[in-house]
Design a protein around this ligand. Structure first.
Ligand code: GSH
Length: 257
């Protein structure tokens, strides 16, 4: 896998993530969350392509620091917060911290599984995945690897429960999640004028929904003006190397839930 961006090649902190696609530095919302948080915290890192089979928890992202590997974006962020005395959330009230925690857990533990379904399991997402992943896989066995990932994700989604809903129900649930975020978003950042660690998760999951190139009702919901402006603000501030997004957002649509 090729690495998208690197902030500082000499940094002792190595982040293992995925390749980028669709104008985003990575195809993974969890990797994007970690990269965004590192940029918010001003911590330099070296970015490399990761391999789930070499990851401490079998998932991406993971990091290497002081010769030790560590997995899980949130555990990594918490460890680095302590290690470097990062104070991104000092200005938040207890209510804001609680709301941020709940939003983060919703996006990561519920919305994410529907996003996986729409990318990997639905027929209109599958060719997009194949086109994005194939150049980063060995030519002869790439197709086999992708079909294996797809069947594993189908099983995981079924076991999690998200995969037991029909498409319309899954879409309505994602739209409900997005509407909750939209209504809580104060602007320009989640909790007002100053960014917090929660912006790393919220902006990354929205960005992944907004710029995934398959038009769906939940993509439309994530692409309302307020949410697009929010992600644009994060992109401009923390990813100045990226060119501006080409497509103009569709108009805000009402939540059906
Ligand atoms: N809780 C983990 C979730 C990470 C995750 O689900 N990563 C996906 C990519 S978006 C992955 O590595 N999947 C590979 C697999 O499940 O085998 C985190 O926050 O880092």
């Amino acid at each position: 896998m090729s690495a998208p961006t690197a902030v500082a090649a000499s940094s002792p902190l190595v982040v293992y993530g995925t390749f980028g696609a669709w104008g985003m530095p990575t195809v993974s919302p969890f990797v994007l969350k970690l990269l965004t948080w590192l940029r918010m915290a001003g911590l330099p890192y070296e970015y490399r392509g990761g391999n789930p089979f070499l990851a401490p928890k079998g998932k991406i992202p993971y990091i290497e620091l002081d010769g030790r590997k560590m997995g899980d974006s949130q555990l990594i962020i918490e460890a680095l917060t302590t290690r470097h005395d990062i104070r991104l959330d000092d200005h938040l009230t207890p209510d804001q911290r609680a709301a941020g925690h709940a939003m983060r857990r919703m996006l990561e533990e519920a919305t994410y599984f529907h996003a996986v379904r729409f990318r990997w399991l639905e027929e209109d997402g599958w060719p997009v995945q194949v086109a994005a992943f194939s150049p980063h896989l060995p030519p002869l066995v790439g197709g086999l690897i992708l079909r294996r990932i797809r069947s594993q994700l189908r099983k995981a989604n079924w076991l999690q429960g998200a995969g037991r809903h029909d498409r319309a129900t899954a879409s309505a649930q994602v739209i409900g999640d997005i509407a909750a975020v939209r209504d809580l978003l104060a602007g320009p950042y989640l909790f007002g004028e100053e960014p917090s660690s929660f912006d790393a998760t919220v902006s990354s999951f929205l960005w992944q929904l907004q710029d995934y190139p398959v038009d769906t009702p939940h993509k439309q919901a994530a692409s309302g003006q307020k949410l697009v402006s929010y992600v644009d603000g994060i992109r401009r501030r923390y990813y100045p190397e990226l060119s501006s997004r080409s497509s103009s957002p569709p108009s805000e649509i009402a939540s059906p839930t």
